[in-house]
Design a protein around this ligand. Structure first.
Ligand code: PEP
Length: 254
């Protein structure tokens, strides 16, 4: 099955409103140029989402949130619910390692967030990945399989078909050292086999992204990995020219 490449820029806690609007407009122009060959999305900081969604309406750029609350509403100071995001976003990142580590999000919370997003029709980009210590101890694959097992425990095959998995080794995020293409393919293959064991043929259509220090220098070989369908990009998505180079590398890669 042919899977359409997908590139997502995760802007984290960067940009001013003016910077974000300009970057979104520039990225939307790229998304329009490369459609229908490649899907392009961005995850701006929460306060900019509405302005950006209004600005790029009618373009091909997909808007995502970087996180969401596991709860639907109530006294949760600082949190943002799926129903607040759904009018403006097509998808949401769930389980990013910065949420799992800095905010101590447990597998159980990640499971509830996946459920909350699905209940409101938001596409889920589920982030999984092992720490350097887990890899050194030979537990990279069991860590990732355990994260999938927990997060997708009650997800039907119909719902799984709409989801994306982002493999992001924690040690590669923001470190300047990406995983090798062999490591990325090995883990993406493990993820695809896990998905197949649960959801059969549906797994063939589920996109698997790689994230972790993706740059202009390593992006081409990334697409050599048979099970990799795109990238989740942090730092390199903040510069329009650099992000364009990453998107261009995806064209014709499938
Ligand atoms: C990320 O935040 O998901 C990420 C992969 O960051 P970077 O590309 O900066 O390593």
């Amino acid at each position: 099955m042919t899977r359409q490449p997908l590139l997502i820029g995760n802007w984290k806690m960067h940009t001013s409103l003016d910077d974000a609007l300009a970057l979104a407009q520039g990225t939307a122009a790229i998304a329009d140029e490369v459609r229908p060959s490649v899907d392009v999305g961005v995850c701006p900081p929460f306060p900019w989402i509405v302005s950006i969604a209004q600005k790029v309406r009618g373009t091909s750029l997909l808007i995502g949130a970087q996180d969401l609350s596991a709860d639907s509403d109530g006294s949760f100071t600082g949190d943002v619910s799926a129903s607040m995001l759904a009018p403006w976003c097509q998808f949401v990142l769930v389980g990013h390692s910065e949420r799992r580590t800095v905010h101590q999000e447990s597998d159980e919370v990640v499971t509830r967030k996946v459920r909350a997003a699905r209940e409101h029709g938001l596409g889920v980009v589920l982030c999984v990945g092992e720490t350097a210590a887990a890899r050194a101890a030979g537990r990279a694959e069991s860590t990732v399989s355990g994260q999938l097992e927990s997060a997708l425990i009650d997800v039907s095959s119909d719902d799984a078909a709409t989801m994306t998995i982002a493999y992001e080794p924690v040690w590669a995020i923001g470190s300047g050292t990406a995983a090798t293409v062999e490591e990325i393919q090995a883990m993406s293959g493990t993820i695809r086999r896990w998905l197949t064991s649960r959801h059969g043929l549906v797994a063939d259509g589920i996109r698997i992204l790689y994230g972790g220090s993706v740059s202009q220098h390593n992006v081409r070989e990334l697409f050599d990995a048979a099970d990799v369908d795109g990238a989740l990009v942090g730092g390199a998505s903040l510069d329009r020219g650099t992000f364009r180079a990453l998107v261009e590398a995806a064209i014709g890669s499938r």
